[in-house]
Design a protein around this ligand. Sequence first.
Ligand SMILES: Cc1cc2nc3c(=O)[nH]c(=O)nc-3n(C[C@H](O)[C@H](O)[C@H](O)COP(=O)(O)OP(=O)(O)OC[C@H]3O[C@@H](n4cnc5c(N)ncnc54)[C@H](O)[C@@H]3O)c2cc1C
Ligand SMILES: NC(=O)c1ccc[n+]([C@@H]2O[C@H](COP(=O)([O-])OP(=O)(O)OC[C@H]3O[C@@H](n4cnc5c(N)ncnc54)[C@H](O)[C@@H]3O)[C@@H](O)[C@H]2O)c1
Length: 511
Amino acid sequence: MNDDATAKQNARAPIPGEQDPDKVNTEPAPHSVGAAPHRNLKADLVVIGAGSGGLSAAAGAAMLGLKVILFEKGEMGGDCLNSGCVPSKALISAAKYAAAAREGIDYGIVTGTPVTDWPKVQAHIRSAIDTIAPVDSQERFEGLGVTVIREHAKFSGPNTINSPSATVKARRIVIATGSRAFIPPVPGLATVNYLTNESIFDIDKLPLHLIILGGGPIGMEMAQAFRRLGSEVTVVEMSRVLASSDEDHAKVAADTLRDEGVTLLEGHEAASVSESDGTIVLEAEGPDGKKILRGSHLLVAAGRQPVLDGLDLEAGDVEYDKRGIKVSQKLRSISNKRVWALGDVAGFGQFTHLAGWHASVLVRRAFFKQRSRADSLPLPAVTYTSPEVAQVGMTEAAARDEYGEKVETSVFAFNENDRAIAEGKTKGECKLVIHKGKLVGASIVGEGAGDIIQLFGYAMSNGMKLTSLTNFISPYPTRTEVVKRAASAHFSGAVFGRPARLLVNLLQRIA
Ligand SMILES: Cc1cc2nc3c(=O)[nH]c(=O)nc-3n(C[C@H](O)[C@H](O)[C@H](O)COP(=O)(O)OP(=O)(O)OC[C@H]3O[C@@H](n4cnc5c(N)ncnc54)[C@H](O)[C@@H]3O)c2cc1C
Ligand SMILES: NC(=O)c1ccc[n+]([C@@H]2O[C@H](COP(=O)([O-])OP(=O)(O)OC[C@H]3O[C@@H](n4cnc5c(N)ncnc54)[C@H](O)[C@@H]3O)[C@@H](O)[C@H]2O)c1
C-alpha cells in the first residue's frame, strides 16, 4: 500500500465539538478580509510553510492520523523545489553537457564548440520542477488528509494561528518558514537591479558577464554552471570560497573553476555597487587595493536570513534572533513549548536533508515520545560543483580545534583509483578524520563525492567501528573503492608492520 493510501485510511474523523475544517463557519471573525467567510478550526498540528521541513512534518503527522493544517503563502514546495536545489541542479546538469562537449576532444570525440540555447535550458529547469511538483502539491497533501490553506499565517496567541480566512487553535505549531537571500549592507546595492536565487533562473538571456557576490555553495555552483554555459563569471568573496569545507578540498574545486575561466577574487569585499546604462559596476576591495568590475548581471549569494516577517512572534510568545527561532537541539521554542521550528528557520544550517531530518525529530519526539535531537546524527553537506565537495561530521580543521593534535587523518587520492583513471577524472581525494581510533568526520573532493560520502554517514550514524569500512567487498572498478582504501590505509601499519610479520612467521611454523 502506498503512503497516500495509508494516510487516507488513517485520516481521523473530527472529534466531537471540533469543527470540520472543510465546513465553513459563516460567523464573521475580526480577522476576516472583505466578505470571505472566516473559519474557526482546531488542529493537532499547524504547520506554517510548505517547504522541505513543513511538508515532511505535515505528511508524517497526517499519516499518523493526526489532524494537520498547513499554511503556505507562496508556491508549494518552498525554496528547494522552486528556487533552490531543483532548479540549480537542473541548471548544473545542462552545464555539464556543455563541459562534456568541450572535454570530448581529450577522449577522441570531436563535437565542436557548444552553443547555449538559454530558453531550452530554462525549459529543462521548468520540466524538472514540474515533474517533482506533484509530490509537494496541495492535491497530494489533501489526499493525505491535510487541510491546506494557501495564505500567509501569523500568531494571534501562544496557541492560535491566524490567516485572512481562518483562525486555528492548535495543540502544536511548527514554524517552517525557511530563509531568503541575505542582502549585505553594501553601499548602492539596494539601488541596482540585482538577482538572487529567486530571480536568477528566470532571466531572459544568458548573462554576458555575471558578477557573483559570495563564494559559498550557491556562488560556486552558479559560477561554474554559468561559465560552462558561456558567460564570463567573476566571484567576489571576502574570505575564502567554500569556507565551511575542508580547506584543501575547497582549493581543488576553486582551482578547477579558475581553470575553466571563472575569476575568483578571494579576500575581496564588495565596497560599493552602482548601475549605469544597464551595466553593474562593483568595487571590490582586496589586499592589493580596489578593483572595478563591470557586469551585465549581479547575483547576490552572500548567505541566508530566516523568514520571520509578519509572523507576529511576540503574540505567540516565541523568541527569535537573527539566526531564526530560538530553539534547543530538541527543536522546541525556548519560550513556548507548543512551538517547534524546523529547517532553515531553526538556525542550524540550510539543507533540504536537514529540514527533512528535523521533521523526523519532531515526529519522533512529539508523537512517539522518543529522545531524538537535531544533532544526534552527523550532518552531510555537498557542493555540486565538478568536482563535488562533500563533507560529513567534522572537517580536519574543526576536529583539530576540538581535540588538538591527537587528530589523525587517512587519505586516499583518486589518482590511484582505477575507475577515476579510466574516466580521466582523477582530481581529488578522500580524507578520513579520526580521533582516538574513531571516525569523527570524512571529506571528499572528486567526481561523485556526494554519493560516496553516504557510506561514511551511514557508518558514523550507526556507531560502526572504523574497521567496518574495511570489512566489505567493494565492487571493482568503482570510485567508492576509495572508502575502503582510505580506511585500510589507516590500519596498514598495524596489518603489515613488524609485529604482524613476526606473528605470521610464527603461525606458519605451527601449521
Ligand atoms: C540556490 C540554492 C540551492 C540549494 N541547493 C541545495 C542542495 O543542493 N541541497 C540541499 O540540501 N539544500 C540546498 N539548498 C537549501 C534548501 O533549499 C533549503 O535548506 C530548504 O529549502 C529549506 O527548507 P525549509 O522547509 O526550511 O524552507 P523553505 O523551503 O524555504 O520553505 C518555507 C516555506 O514557508 C513559506 N512561508 C514563509 N512564511 C510564511 C507564512 N508566514 N505563512 C505561510 N507560509 C509561509 C514560504 O513561502 C516557503 O514556501 C539550496 C538553496 C538555494 C537557495
Ligand atoms: N549543495 C547544497 O547543499 C547547497 C547549495 C546551495 C546552497 N545551500 C545552502 O544554502 C546556504 C547558503 O548559501 P550561500 O552560498 O548563499 O551562503 P554562505 O553563507 O555559505 O556563503 C556566503 C559567502 O558570501 C560571502 N560574503 C558575504 N558578504 C560579502 C561581501 N559583502 N563581500 C564579499 N563576500 C561576501 C561570505 O564570506 C560567504 O563565504 C549554504 O550554506 C547551504 O547550507 C546548499
